[in-house]
Design a protein around this ligand. Structure first.
Ligand SMILES: [Zn+2]
Length: 269
């Protein structure tokens, strides 16, 4: 649910407190078992996270649900962020080529990485701040109607966003529009292993109903195994990347990845 009391303290103070809390946690959890590639710290364990709502277990939703060793104590990266890092490092030229990147609803750890790379021209945006933590320098952008020229980006990162958007078809059209031909997007969503078809019930409207039926108060559907076809219908070529393709079991464990989580990479023809 929404974070209570989030507006009771000014943003600058919240940022300072968050920084101090991160330093404390990274000291408290220091160790050798786990490694976060974003902040470069080692830990004996990571923080648990996620909720244990019945729907998340029943529908085997990858990217949702309670997980031990989920959140990096230092930079708050989660399993899918570290999977994305692995992919970017092993499969792309993101660390070296001059690329213009659009990052929707930017995860803090990925944003910090991209902003530190001198070869990247970086843009970021999010529609809502409420209930989430974003740096105030992130622009307000509606992904269903973006203020960017067509074919202007080499990469779009848009993770765990589409399940929040009523008109996800329009959002996908917009992402496709702003990408240059031959370029790519990472479009992760929570995805059910048991649902063959994406599930949506128009009678589900309130935050309480959405939490119960979809697993989060502001989700509007649960994507099923047809998700790649949804992307393909919008003109993308979809490739699924499994971390076990490249990483040894030891590396998967050190990054605390979910071996069942696939990365969905969508290419514009
Ligand atoms: Zn970290």
């Amino acid at each position: 649910m929404k974070i209570p009391g989030k507006r009771l303290i000014p943003f600058w103070l919240g940022k300072k407190l968050r920084g101090a809390w991160q330093k404390y946690l990274s000291f408290r959890y220091r160790g050798t078992e786990y490694y976060c590639p974003y902040c470069g710290y080692h830990f004996r364990e990571l923080l648990p996270g996620g909720t244990d709502l019945p729907v998340l277990t029943e529908k085997q939703i990858i990217g949702g649900g309670y997980r031990a060793n989920l959140v990096c104590p230092r930079c708050f990266s989660v399993d899918r962020d570290r999977l994305i890092y692995l992919y970017l490092k092993k499969k792309t030229n993101l660390f070296s080529a001059p690329l213009k990147v659009l990052h929707i609803a930017p995860e803090g750890c990925i944003r910090a990485l991209l902003m530190s790379l001198p070869n990247i021209e970086y843009r970021s945006g999010v529609k809502y701040y409420e209930g989430y933590y974003y740096d105030r320098k992130v622009n307000l952008i509606d992904v269903t109607s973006m203020p960017f020229e067509s074919a202007s980006f080499d990469v779009v990162l848009c993770n765990h966003v589409l399940e929040h958007i009523e008109d996800d078809q329009k959002a996908l059209e917009e992402i496709h529009r702003v990408l240059k031909p031959g370029s790519w997007a990472i479009l992760q969503v929570p995805i059910s292993l048991t649902l063959q078809e994406t599930f949506y019930d128009p009678s589900v409207k309130t935050p309480e109903e959405r939490e119960k039926v979809y697993g989060q108060f502001d989700h509007v559907r649960i994507y099923g195994q047809d998700y790649p076809r949804i992307l393909e219908r919008k003109g993308f070529i979809v490739k699924q990347y499994s971390p076990s393709e490249d990483a040894k079991e030891e590396e998967l464990k050190r990054y605390a990845l979910n071996p069942d989580e696939l990365l969905y990479v969508a290419y514009k023809k």
